[in-house]
Design a protein around this ligand. Structure first.
Ligand code: APR
Ligand code: PHB
Length: 388
């Protein structure tokens, strides 16, 4: 088999890249180790920057997003027993769109199928080779038979645990990492959201977040220990703890119900540099991870593949500038999002190691944040997303 661009991984990064390339007339094939149902079963964040929506428009997969996505012009910060709104629309002229990553993935999968584009699901033992020369290949086993895809370029969109990043010689990679001492326990529920906007709460018992997927579906999170186990949390225990971390007004309004899904995610900041090695490009979680506070993960993946799709299309039109500057241009945006996600995480969570002093610093910063237009604007600008 032969294609122009072999994409490893059919998460949002790989699927969006495939859709953008198709629009530019570049041929691409995707190789994914899991089944479509498995990919759709992963529950992740659901806040899209306007830039991300623009890329989904460009890819021709945004009809349902525009019909069903919820436009949010701000968020609320809860601390010291009160809530304070940050007005994104007023401060930046921009909003974000609440639309689950699962739905983005489903729309991309449907479009791919409708265009008859090739995705090899349930590929075993995926390997990449030859990207340091001129004849890259992706190899895998499908139902026991060896498969080979020859290509001009490989796009490593295979997430944090994928095969592409580890296939680069360790001496060519520099890795920057911070692992946090806590995780997020998330619960998805078919109940109306407690508020029409997201509420990020700093509480002495730990961080919590009230989010949503639709007017009838809610998503809530609690900061928990990184070695906590989801089996230790009954639905009732989750709701009791969430109520304790909310101000009395919101706690009284909370509508509870049985969990559709409950899981614990660790928190990590991670960047691998550079993001290109010869004819292999890394994009999305394969190259970088942010903690979920601020919901930058999917948006960063989208901006990577936005730049990559343009660079590849330019290459086939005779211009290699985009390919040569891909890593540098992505990393500039990546580090800004890393900084914002790290800062917002540091501001909102309980860090036992920093003690009472750390808590007083957080309260002073939150107080400043909600009373200074300059500080509120800095948060708003980063949350709605910096220009591509
Ligand atoms: N071979 C083929 N596919 C692989 C391999 C492999 N060796 N390893 C992993 N994959 C697949 C995974 O099964 C998954 O479907 O690659 C895909 C990677 O998808 P994601 O992990 O979703 O990563 P990405 O597409 O970069 O999406 C970015 O946004 O909200 C954030 O972190 C969140 O998923 C997230 C992301
Ligand atoms: C979510 O809805 O899952 C979500 C929203 C905002 C975040 C993180 C997760 O910052």
């Amino acid at each position: 088999m032969r294609t122009q661009v072999a994409i490893v991984g059919a998460g949002p990064a790989g699927l969006l890249l495939g859709a953008l390339l198709q629009r530019s007339g570049v041929d691409a094939v995707i190789v994914e180790q899991r089944s479509p149902d498995y990919v759709l079963g992963r529950i992740r964040a659901g806040v899209l920057e306007q830039t991300t929506v623009g890329l989904l428009d460009q890819a021709g997969v945004s009809a349902r997003l525009h019909a069903e996505g919820l436009q949010h012009g701000g968020i609320e910060l809860s601390f010291g027993g009160a809530r304070h709104r940050i007005d994104f629309q007023g401060l930046t002229g921009k909003h974000v769109t609440v639309y689950g990553q699962t739905e983005v993935t489903r729309d991309l999968m449907d479009a791919r199928r409708a265009h008859g584009l090739v995705t090899h699901y349930e590929a075993d033992e995926v390997r990449v080779q030859g990207f340091d020369g001129t004849r890259p290949q992706v190899l895998w086993r499908q139902a026991g038979a060896e498969q080979r895809l020859d290509c001009d370029f490989i796009a490593g969109c295979d997430g944090f645990h994928g095969v592409c990043r580890p296939s680069v010689p360790a001496s060519a990679l520099q890795v920057f990492e911070r692992v946090y001492s806590f995780g997020w326990l998330g619960l998805l529920c078919e109940t109306p959201p407690v508020s029409h906007e997201l509420i990020y709460s700093n509480h002495p018992r730990g961080f919590s977040l009230c989010s949503m997927r639709s007017p009838t579906r809610s998503r809530y999170y609690l900061q928990c220990a990184s070695d906590d186990r989801v089996e230790r949390w009954s639905d009732q225990a989750f709701w009791d703890e969430l109520r304790r971390r909310l101000d009395p007004d919101v706690a009284a309004r909370l509508v509870t119900g049985p969990a559709l899904e409950k899981s614990i995610a660790p928190l990590r900041s991670f960047v691998a540099e550079p993001m290109r090695f010869g004819r292999l490009f890394l994009a999305g979680d394969a190259a970088h991870i942010v903690p979920p506070t601020g919901a930058k993960g999917l948006n960063l993946a989208a901006s990577d593949v936005g730049l990559l799709a343009r660079a590849l299309a330019d290459h086939y039109a005779g211009d290699d500038h985009g390919i040569e500057t891909y890593s540098e241009r992505c990393l500039r945006r990546v580090w800004r999002a890393e900084r914002f996600s790290w800062w917002f995480t540091s501001l909102m969570h309980r860090f036992p190691e920093t003690g009472e002093f750390g808590q007083r610093m957080q309260m002073a910063e939150l107080d400043y944040l909600v009373s200074s237009q300059a500080a509120s604007t800095a948060l708003a600008e980063n949350y709605v997303g910096l220009p591509l």
